[in-house]
Design a protein. Structure first.
Length: 418
């Protein structure tokens, strides 16, 4: 299964996962490509279809009709030599409207859709449907289109500079070779050989230079599609640091595989149906079916770069778990109830008991406890309090006698007067 924690992958592992994902999600990928690429290929053939192609019979028909191989080769050469009339306005519509729309809109949207599918699969999330994939991709339509236009302008400017320098070298070398040939006719052959070798080396250097910058900046689309950056060129440059030759070899092997497969299919279709409109549409359908393989390898290699640079594998192990059956399941940490502190735990029964008592009873209890509790601020001790109490008790009878004597004196004086 592909939903195991992500680890750094080699070229073979990336290609293997690409073919495995292609087989598992073939229907979704095909529908997405048909929706995004189908109208472009259809309009392209309707605008640029050449009527001369319909007149060419298939190779099988020519063999069935008794044609010799010489006639077949001659008819093919005659067809290649024809120059049918091309509608200039249709060509302008294709170049100025249809092709930019495909390059800036449909192509980035297809890559973004596949990136969301690969991300969901690798992280153990629910794989989105066709509608959700398209919705997520078009949600970032303008950043994708803008970053693609910027990347295209940069690459185009670099190629213009390269061909300008290349042209200067060719002119200088041609002048030098002509001058040396004029001075010594025997050195003319050596100068031509050196010129051819120099031309080949310069061409290889130019292709490698273009491939270098194309790969170093080429991973901006997944970054923008996932909302990590609005342009993504600088982050792509950082992600691909130290990985150019590995990526170059991977895409070189992938291009060879896809090119050979498509060449065989094209040979079979051309031999069976010729070069008519039906055959061209069938070849376009084959191109649409093959396109997800390249995009899948591109998307998986992007997540491999994130594992190597940003530690995506550790993040996956934290947020994703795999059950024994191998089905996809999101990681849900176990819920742990917080333990109460000891102070709160010991005071909790007393608080509950106090809350259960009636309000009046609790108030009376508080008053009784306050009355029985010794006053910490009393300046006298217990002995002095007891002595004061005894003195007070001794004084009570004396006070009563004095009161009675005072009450009796007026009565005696009255009796004497009588």
């Amino acid at each position: 299964m592909l939903n195991t924690p992500i680890r750094p992958m080699g070229i073979g592992r990336i290609l293997d996962r690409s073919f495995l994902l292609y087989r598992k999600h073939f229907v979704k990928l095909t529908l997405v490509m048909l929706i995004l690429y189908g109208p472009f290929y259809l309009l392209q053939h309707l605008l640029l279809y050449q009527e001369a192609a319909s007149a060419s019979a298939s190779i099988l028909d020519q063999i069935r009709n008794g044609g010799s191989w010489q006639d077949i080769v001659t008819s093919g050469a005659a067809f290649r030599g024809t120059s049918p009339d091309i509608d200039v306005w249709k060509s302008l519509v294709f170049l100025l409207v249809l092709f930019p729309l495909f390059l800036l809109g449909m192509m980035p949207a297809s890559v973004a859709s596949v990136v969301h599918l690969v991300k969901a699969h690798l992280l153990g999330e629910k794989v989105p449907g066709v509608g959700d994939m398209l919705k997520k991709s078009f949600r970032r339509f303008w950043p994708l289109a803008g970053s693609t236009a910027l990347d295209g302008l940069i690459v185009l400017g670099m190629y213009v500079v390269f061909f300008f320098i290349f042209g200067i070298f060719v002119i200088v070398f041609a002048l030098g070779a002509g001058l040396s040939g004029t001075l010594s006719g025997s050195g003319m052959g050596t100068g031509v050989v050196i010129g051819i070798i120099f031309f080949i080396l310069l061409t290889i250097a130019g292709l490698l230079t273009g491939a270098y910058f194309f790969l170093r900046w080429g991973y901006y689309l997944p970054i923008v599609a996932l909302g990590e950056d609005s342009i993504g060129l600088s982050r792509s440059w950082r992600l691909t640091r130290g990985n150019f030759w590995r990526l170059f070899l991977m895409f070189f092997v992938l291009i060879i595989i896809l090119y050979l497969f498509q060449a065989v299919i094209q040979l079979i279709v051309t031999a069976a149906f010729g070069l008519g409109l039906g055959a061209q549409l069938l070849l376009s359908l084959v191109s649409i079916l093959i396109a997800p393989l390249g995009i899948l390898s591109y998307a998986i290699s992007f997540f491999d770069l994130k594992v190597r640079n940003d530690g995506l594998g550790l993040e996956t192990m934290i947020h994703n778990t795999i059950n024994p059956s191998g089905s996809e399941q999101l990681y849900q940490p176990e819920r742990i109830e917080p333990a109460l502190p000891r102070v709160v735990e010991s005071e909790l029964p007393n608080q509950l008991e106090e809350q259960s008592l009636p309000r009046e009873e609790s108030q009376g209890r508080e008053q009784q406890e306050a009355f029985l509790e010794p006053d910490p601020f009393d300046p006298f001790d217990e002995q002095e309090n007891q002595q004061a109490l005894n003195k007070a008790e001794d004084r009570e009878p004396q006070n009563q006698n004095e009161a009675s004597q005072k009450d009796g004196k007026p009565e005696d004086s009255d009796k004497k007067n009588e």
